[in-house]
Design a protein around this ligand. Structure first.
Ligand code: NAD
Ligand code: 6OD
Length: 478
């Protein structure tokens, strides 16, 4: 892969200043990333605006969908390069990048090509006695793009989450200025190369690299030329962006943090519930917003479940690192805090020793703890690492109360052998997504998002297309 570059108005460019790109696998410096100045961000926003007034703004939905399909094909043609770049930036196991991240990025473009092409428009015949003509009016609703959309994404699923916004934004006819996480700029740069190769009209997609606060992210979210902001990241960052957006009343779509519960009933298949919780707590070393950090287990199976979960956590060997030294230190500070708060550490709790180059990387052990009160900080705050706290409950009502006792409400998992119970409990959980006897099973047409501090709005299917467009009702007296 060539060096990291911004992509503005169809041209790859760098800036005077750059920051180091560090490998989470061994702590070595892999390269540098250009830091976008306010001027470059401004040029990107102006290029996007101009694109809306040029060929991109005039493109039909068929033409836009054809571009999306060509972008998907272009990623697929360079699949191994994309996988390697995602692994190098994030340190995640290759298998994860090759089966989830990159296939999903391709699927995001194809899904939004299908969804936006097949989107119905609504019409109503309205009886208007006393008006001239036929006494009827035709009301029909068209949707027009919002304009220039800022896309700001995090480091944990870099290309998946960036394209999850870019694809519907382009499908709906917007022009995009995207800023990936400063930690993971590589696949976004490859995406810009693919977009350049398929000759998307210049300015329809722009990419700027750099940090968030007092830097590229903030230059973008506070820019008066931005018509909407689609952001995924921490809830605290969401608050900062909301403040920046307030000045221009810019519409926001927010996918934020979580402290996701799993509820395990005694009637569940215990082995499946344990394996499911291993996946939901430790996939990508807990660095997925949907990961389980709180596990509530019905008392009769609490001891057996907890012992098995701890045993499986100790057996895990092929896991990736935390994204950065800073994030590793944050996760370790929660490991220490848990002990100070009185937790029993059943598995992990420290830093693994590999005896090879990985010792320079940012690894922490998969960790299972128990014994904390519900008001312990470790139980309430998002750690975003491979740790879960397991606590017992005595009945359904208590399970629901505990699951909902959180400032967050992104996702939840219910493990039970009783389907009636599943249907009874799931809708009572305050979360945007509830999985029953599975985790992270995705259908891209369904609504995705969180309640409370976990977000504003929904992504997925028509929900994203709704966010990225404005309905206009046209009323014609017939
Ligand atoms: P983060 O909020 O630190 O950064 C996300 C992005 O925002 C980055 O591109 C960053 O540069 C930018 N940014 C930071 N400060 C900014 C500012 N003041 N103005 C504009 N942009 C700014 O998040 P992260 O550490 O990259 O990701 C981890 C967090 O993301 C976790 O809290 C996780 O739960 C959350 N997350 C949520 C979802 C979801 O779908 N709900 C998905 C993935 C991650
Ligand atoms: O699967 C998705 O569409 C999605 N937005 C996943 C988010 C995962 C959070 O880390």
């Amino acid at each position: 892969m060539r060096g990291m570059k911004h992509y503005v108005n169809g041209v790859f460019t760098t800036t005077g200043t750059a920051f180091p790109l560090i490998s989470p696998l061994d702590g070595s410096q892999r390269g540098t990333v250009p830091e976008a100045t306010r001027e470059i961000v401004d040029a990107a926003v102006r290029a996007a605006r101009a694109a809306l007034e040029g060929p991109w703004g005039a493109a039909s939905v068929e033409e836009r969908c054809a571009y999306l399909r060509r972008i998907a094909d272009g990623i697929e043609a360079r699949f191994d390069e994309f996988v390697a770049a995602e692994v190098a930036d994030t340190g995640k196991p290759r298998d994860l990048a090759a089966t989830v991240d990159i296939p999903r990025a391709i699927a995001n473009f194809r899904a939004y090509a299908d969804l936006s092409y097949g989107r119905p428009e609504r019409a109503y015949h309205t009886r208007v006695p006393g008006w001239s003509g036929s006494g009827e009016a035709l009301n029909y609703t068209v949707r027009r793009p919002l304009g220039v959309v800022a896309v700001i994404s995090p480091w944990n699923l870099p290309l998946l989450l960036l394209t999850w916004k870019v694809a519907p934004a382009l499908a709906a006819g917007n022009a995009v200025v995207a800023k990936p996480s400063e930690e993971t700029p590589s696949t976004a740069t490859l995406l810009a190369e693919v977009i350049d190769a398929v000759r998307l009209p210049p300015g329809a997609f722009n990419l700027v690299h750099g940090h968030g606060a007092n830097a590229a992210g903030e230059f973008l979210t506070g820019h008066p030329g931005v018509d909407a902001i689609a952001f995924t990241g921490e809830s605290a960052t969401g608050s900062a962006i909301m403040r920046a957006a307030a000045d221009h009343v810019t519409p926001l779509s927010f996918e934020l943090g979580g402290k996701n519960p799993a509820v395990v009933f005694a009637d569940a298949d215990l082995d499946e519930a344990v394996e499911g919780t291993v996946r939901s707590s430790f996939t990508h070393s807990g660095q997925i917003c949907l990961c389980t950090e709180r596990v509530y287990v019905e008392r009769p199976v609490f001891a057996a479940f907890t012992a098995k979960l701890a045993e499986r956590a100790r057996e895990l060997k092929d896991y990736g690192p935390m994204i950065s030294a800073g994030h590793r230190d944050k996760v370790l500070s929660y490991y220490r805090l848990a002990v100070e708060e009185g937790a029993d550490v059943l598995a992990g709790g420290g830093v693994p020793a590999f005896g090879d180059a990985r010792d320079g990387g940012f690894y922490v052990e998969p960790t299972v703890i128990t014994g904390l009160p519900e008001d312990a900080r470790t139980v309430r705050e998002e750690v975003f690492g491979p740790i879960c706290h397991v606590a017992p409950f005595d009945d359904e009502a208590e399970a629901i109360r505990l699951a909902n006792d959180s400032p967050y409400g992104l996702a939840a998992t219910v493990w039970t052998g009783d389907l009636s119970r599943a249907h009874r409990v799931a809708p009572k959980i305050e979360a945007g997504i509830v999985w029953v006897n599975c985790w992270n099973l995705r259908d891209l047409r369904t609504p995705f998002g969180g309640v409370k501090a976990s977000g504003i709005g929904r992504e997925g299917g028509e929900y994203s297309l709704d966010f990225f467009s404005e309905p206009v009702n046209i009323c014609v007296l017939i």
